[in-house]
Design a protein. Structure first.
Length: 386
């Protein structure tokens, strides 16, 4: 194992304190949203005492770094591991499937849209499944709620502005109908959308029944961050989930979602493809978002895996990544790489190196099993089953 240095991303929704505390560093007074560990070319981690870029290390000998099967399938490290610290809500968003990403990327290339253009929607030809595991209580929106439950919640919000939304759901609660409603909300004119957003937020600030109270509080908080944004209404159509530490959600292609507040470990396929649907100042691509979104109602599958010989394994039905949490009190053996180890609690000895809270290490495919000793918690990010 070689020590791995992460890269901090200072997006404006980030926490002022969570990542500095995680790293044992003083706060800078500026938001720090994400701490990246991986080989993404826009912010690659550095490896070892010579601070070699991980993307360059993998690129120099993919077979040695990734192993033959992963090198043949992906050619580069196929996942990105993050510590995500949200003090304010992220945008409503969804990610394309591989086929949608390939078609969208090629289409925008044909239209000569620059890769760094503000209105570019497809930055690469990959899908972007992701998994978030909570380190603190973590609030998120995930997928469309069952229509009957949504109607019951909307009925607790005292404003006529939602009558058309409720009527639309009552008239057609199928996925096709929900997709049509989403299209209507995303296509509102600026004045109409702002009036709807402000009316709904004001109504959600009024004390109401216990039913729908968390959703009304969520909408009011979103309105405080994004005044007049009709994305608040879209948010009310989605499942509101609070993950407790150690619990996780897997988000596949097409699931409309938003992370609202909290700190967690996130792992994703190494892609930049994000299609936004509101609660943002960035580009909202309505036609492509509607093509990508899966409006089928769902009940979020919160994962709370039990420890088996000190290891909790999270389900991710894709080949790009796997994630496990290892609780160590004494000794544990990490399987061979390729893998990134991230210590989130305690102090651990790894032979030539130590790992403590905030510390990370890179294990290449050529590295054999690694024995860790001490007391602490390590997240192991690796390539999934090929």
């Amino acid at each position: 194992m070689e020590l791995l240095e992460g890269v901090i991303r200072d997006y404006d929704w980030g926490s002022l304190t969570a990542i500095p505390e995680f790293l044992g560093l003083p706060a800078t007074g500026e938001p720090q949203a994400e701490l990246w560990f991986g080989a993404h070319p826009s912010a690659p981690s550095s490896v070892g005492c010579h601070h070699r870029r991980l993307d360059e290390l993998v690129g120099a000998d993919p077979v040695a770094a990734l192993g033959g099967p992963a090198a043949a399938r992906f050619g580069s490290l196929p996942f990105l591991l993050k510590v995500l610290a949200a003090a304010a809500p992220l945008s409503l968003q969804a990610h394309p499937s591989i086929a949608q990403a390939e078609a969208g990327f090629d289409r925008e290339n044909s239209d000569c849209v620059a890769l760094d253009a503000a209105d570019r929607s497809f930055k690469d030809r990959s899908h972007k499944p992701e998994l978030i595991c909570a380190l603190t209580p973590f609030e998120a929106l995930c997928g469309f709620r069952e229509p009957a439950d949504t109607l019951a919640i909307l009925a607790t919000i005292p404003t006529d502005a939602l009558q058309a939304v409720s009527a639309s759901i009552e008239a057609d609660s199928t996925p096709t109908g929900l997709a049509g409603l989403l299209g209507q909300l995303l296509s509102l004119g600026a004045e109409e959308g702002e009036a709807l957003g402000r009316s709904v937020v004001a109504a959600c600030e009024v004390e109401g029944p216990e039913l729908g109270a968390p959703e009304r509080a969520m909408a009011a908080a979103l309105g405080a961050h994004y005044p007049g944004d009709p994305g608040v209404v879209t948010a009310l159509l989605l499942n509101l989930v609070t993950l407790q530490p150690g619990e996780a959600l897997f988000l596949g292609s097409g699931q409309l979602h938003a992370y609202l507040h909290g700190t967690g470990i996130e792992i994703m396929a190494n892609s930049d493809n994000v299609l936004r649907g509101g609660l943002t100042s960035k580009h909202v691509d309505v036609p492509n978002l509607l093509e990508v979104v899966d409006p089928t109602p769902l009940r979020p599958a919160v994962q709370a895996p039990s420890l088996v010989r000190g290891v909790a394994t999270y389900e991710a039905p894709i080949p790009e990544f796997s994630l496990s949490r290892v609780e160590i009190d004494g000794e544990a053996v990490m399987p061979e790489g390729p893998a990134i180890l991230l210590c989130t609690e305690g102090v651990l000895d790894a032979g030539h190196h130590g790992l403590e809270r905030g510390g990370a290490g890179w294990m290449s495919a050529n590295d054999g099993p690694l024995r860790l000793s001490g007391r602490g918690t390590v997240f192991r990010a690796a390539v999934g089953s090929l």
